[in-house]
Write a protein that binds this ligand. Structure first.
Ligand SMILES: NC(=O)C1=CN([C@@H]2O[C@H](COP(=O)(O)OP(=O)(O)OC[C@H]3O[C@@H](n4cnc5c(N)ncnc54)[C@H](O)[C@@H]3O)[C@@H](O)[C@H]2O)C=CC1
Ligand SMILES: O=C(O)C1=N[C@H](C(=O)O)C[C@H](O)C1
Length: 269
């Protein structure tokens, strides 16, 4: 019997899913057990002896898919967005009943995006002001992006840990949405524009200086090394892991300073 990891892709006909199917097929240590899209039965996963399911579907679909996988003892690697504290708690509940199963929820599989979040977390306490601007293709279902929400929450947490004051903002009248979404006190702005793939700028400002951290995913192939890393690692990481950094920094032997994302919060992806 082959010792390659048997991987199913959910959302296999989508922009990310079709790329993931190709990446799994091209990986020497994996084989594609099932390629499932809307209206296909999830029984195909168990019939095919799937060990890891990669979910790249839709916020409305991902919970049902994950419940099926966890209850079947299939590990999950999830890129689908739309996570809240309540949704994460449900996943933890299923995992409690299946203690050997692992689920990775990765707001962003891009290595540069993970680093952007880490650098933003490090910079956050040194600047009075911080805002996040995410820019995506107009077919995206959710706004702001899971990555932007996660970034803002990490910034807010770092500022709170350092005892920073609330950000200055004298706005007293504004059109709805003009100041973006408020994520724990960090404004997050979402642009939807034909021609874009997935981009983010984190802006920090203080007296006389601006720091901009920018990441651009130019195509969906950029996410695939992260997807494959998740597939390779999730079988030895029971329970819920939020954020690819938990596997990435480990793998590279990089220091995990400041504190990695251990404690996920609402909107973590
Ligand atoms: N974490 C990351 O690095 C990334 C995450 N994403 C996220 O992945 C998700 C998918 O993004 P795209 O591929 O751009 O969307 P898409 O709309 O191109 O693809 C989604 C696919 O899922 C299918 N689908 C819907 N419900 C399903 C179900 N119940 N079972 C199986 N398949 C189902 C759809 O028919 C479609 O083929 C989104 O939530 C997006 O934000 C996207 C890019 C990177
Ligand atoms: O829908 C997308 O395209 C992306 N979704 C993820 C998100 O919401 O953060 C990751 C990346 O930004 C691409």
């Amino acid at each position: 019997m082959s010792n390659r990891i048997r991987v199913a892709v959910l959302g296999a006909q989508g922009r990310m899913g079709s790329e993931a199917v190709r990446a799994v097929e091209a990986a020497d240590d994996m084989e594609l057990s099932a390629a499932v899209d809307r209206d296909d039965s999830l029984d195909a996963l168990t019939r095919a002896g799937t060990q890891v399911a990669v979910d790249l579907t839709h916020p409305d679909a991902v919970l049902g898919n994950l419940e099926f996988c966890v209850r079947s003892g299939i590990h999950g690697v999830v890129g689908t967005t739309g996570w809240t504290d309540e949704r994460l708690a449900r996943v933890r509940g299923w995992l409690a009943d299946s203690p050997e199963t692992g689920v990775l929820i990765a707001p962003n599989f891009g290595i540069g995006a993970v680093l952007t979040m880490r650098f933003a977390q490090q910079a956050a306490r040194f600047f009075e002001s911080a805002e996040v601007v995410e820019l995506h293709h107009p077919n995206k279902a959710d706004a702001p992006s899971g990555t932007a929400v996660r970034t803002a929450r990490l910034i807010a947490q770092a500022r709170q840990d350092a005892g920073c004051a609330p950000q200055p903002d004298a706005t007293s009248t504004a059109l709805d949405g003009a100041r973006g979404a408020d994520v724990d006190g960090v404004p997050v702005h979402a642009v939807r524009l034909r021609g874009l793939v997935a981009h983010q700028e984190v802006l920090f400002g203080d007296e006389g200086e601006i720091l901009t951290i920018r990441h651009d995913s130019m195509n969906r192939g950029s996410f695939m090394p992260g997807v494959l890393l998740g597939v390779r690692r999730i079988g030895t990481a029971p329970g819920l892991t939020v954020g690819l950094e938990n596997f990435l920094f480990d793998e590279q032997g990089l220091s995990d300073e400041p504190e990695a994302s251990g404690a996920p919060g609402a909107g973590d992806g």
